[in-house]
Design a protein around this ligand. Structure first.
Ligand SMILES: [Zn+2]
Length: 348
């Protein structure tokens, strides 16, 4: 966002979208689709120019859209369509100094709001049960918005179940059963506008396994599944840290998600195109690159082939990690990236 008069940049923000994922699916080869998006920035004092710079397949930024926005225009509405109550679950300081996580209720009826507040508190507890969040808990604020839905639960197209819920979440995104997301980002942001936030966590009132997490877009997961703890931490790693999936053995709908001739922007994967910009400084002398996935290197930061949904050409930092099997803790590279993000958001 630039001040229109001076041209000076006064705000910037980075994010990913579900649409960007869709662009790598088989469907995108034969169907034209549009996904709604919402841009979020401080209410400007004077007329501003808002630009979107999109990363192309080669990894370079290109200006793809811009508009002029005058806060004094009759079409500029500072109001919010929703007036849902927001509850402070844990406040450790001002919004400027802290990472503000906002849980929003999805698939909870008005009568189920006590359950939602319990579920949100438990889910926040999952995040802060694991490093590096555990020792940085004081640098976060946690709030919850009681966004009531008409129906309880969420869509499960595989069983013909369709629910009327506040942000329109669903399983089977891109045909993958466990991939629960919502394309209705406008409703997500309208609900979230009821409280201050840096990170949106959509908590879905279901016990079915699934969820998703997209960098600075949202995290979403089931409240009541037996594996919810692992899923909550993993998805928050995507949405907050921009961490990529280090696995390559589960079915996904993506094709060539990480072009092999481009260094991924995500901190925890490399194609070795520009490894100097990644975790090279964290590798001990004498560790071979690539590193064989042997027992000898089990707990050692190296460069292990396989990650980002492919077995060849994309490399990850550890044999196992929260972003790989989801049975382990975050690897040192992922942890460092999360710590860096906490510092960036808190300004400390
Ligand atoms: Zn990792």
């Amino acid at each position: 966002m630039k001040d229109e008069a001076s041209g000076e940049m006064i705000f910037s923000h980075t994010y990913c979208t579900l649409f960007r994922e869709w662009q790598t699916t088989e469907e995108s080869q034969r169907v034209r689709r549009a996904y709604p998006h919402v841009l979020r920035f401080p209410w400007p004092k004077a007329s501003v120019v808002v630009e979107i710079h999109d990363r192309n397949r080669a990894g370079a930024f290109q200006k793809s859209w811009s508009t002029t926005l005058d806060p004094a225009s009759i079409f500029s509405d500072p109001g919010n369509p929703y007036q849902f109550e927001s509850v402070d679950l844990e406040i450790n300081g001002t919004a400027e100094e802290k990472v503000d996580i906002l849980f929003i209720a999805e698939g909870y009826t008005a009568e189920e709001m006590d359950k939602f507040i319990d579920d949100a508190g438990r889910s926040a507890g999952y995040i802060f049960s694991e490093e590096p969040f555990k020792s940085n808990r004081q640098r976060f604020n946690i709030r919850a918005v009681k966004s009531a839905s008409q129906d309880s639960g969420t869509d499960n197209p595989g069983e013909g179940i369709w629910k009327n819920t506040v942000v329109n979440s669903s399983f089977y995104t891109f045909g993958v059963e466990r991939y629960m997301t919502t394309m209705d980002y406008r409703s997500v942001c309208d609900v979230a506008a009821c409280a201050h936030y840096d990170q949106i966590y959509i908590l879905v009132n279901t016990d079915k396994y699934g969820g998703g997490g997209i960098y600075n877009h949202y995290s979403i997961s089931a409240a009541d599944n037996l594996q919810s703890r692992a899923v909550v931490i993993h998805e928050f790693g995507h949405a907050f840290g921009g961490l990529a999936d280090e696995y390559f053995n589960s079915a996904v709908a993506y094709n060539d998600y990480f072009p092999l001739e481009v260094e991924p922007w995500n901190p925890n994967l490399t194609t070795l195109v520009d490894f100097d910009s990644k975790w090279k400084h964290m590798i001990a002398d004498g560790t071979p690159v690539p590193t064989p996935p042997d027992e000898a290197y089990e707990e050692i930061v190296g460069v292990y082939e396989g990650g980002g949904y492919v077995a060849k050409g994309v490399f990850r930092p550890m044999i196992d990690c929260r972003m790989h099997t989801n049975d382990a803790a975050f690897c040192p590279v992922c942890s460092a990236a999360l710590e860096k993000m906490i510092s960036r958001i808190t300004g400390l």
